[in-house]
Design a binder for this molecule. Structure first.
Ligand code: ZN
Length: 112
């Protein structure tokens, strides 16, 4: 199933409670405030793949858990966000044009 991409949406703004969100992926949707660059779309598709392999629900449970773990260790909201393994993989690999074809399942575990 291909992701469904929605651009120029207000949804990310309403969800920006703890940190400023420009785009959000809620399988199978990728929703962004603005027009996304190819790099940003790749970042979000990496999250689609992570969510697919964790049956969506376990992605969100782990996402929140990793964020709270960062907060409990004294990180700021932004630091805790950047420290989440799902984000580490997405930010490090979003510039790699070939990544989605070569990505191994559960590659995010390399960033825990
Ligand atoms: Zn992300």
């Amino acid at each position: 199933m291909k992701p469904i991409i929605i651009q120029n949406s207000n949804i990310p703004k309403y969800l920006s409670i703890f940190i400023s969100i420009s785009a959000i992926t809620l399988f199978p949707f990728i929703i962004s405030r603005d027009e996304m660059s190819e790099v940003t779309i790749r970042h979000e598709i990496i999250h689609i793949e992570q969510q697919r392999e964790l049956f969506v629900i376990f992605f969100y449970i782990l996402y929140v858990w990793y964020w709270l773990r960062g907060k409990m260790s004294g990180m700021t909201n932004d630091e805790a966000y950047m420290n989440i393994p799902f984000e580490q993989e997405a930010y490090r690999k979003m510039y790699d044009e070939d990544y989605l074809e070569s990505r191994e399942k559960h590659a995010w575990k390399n960033y825990t």
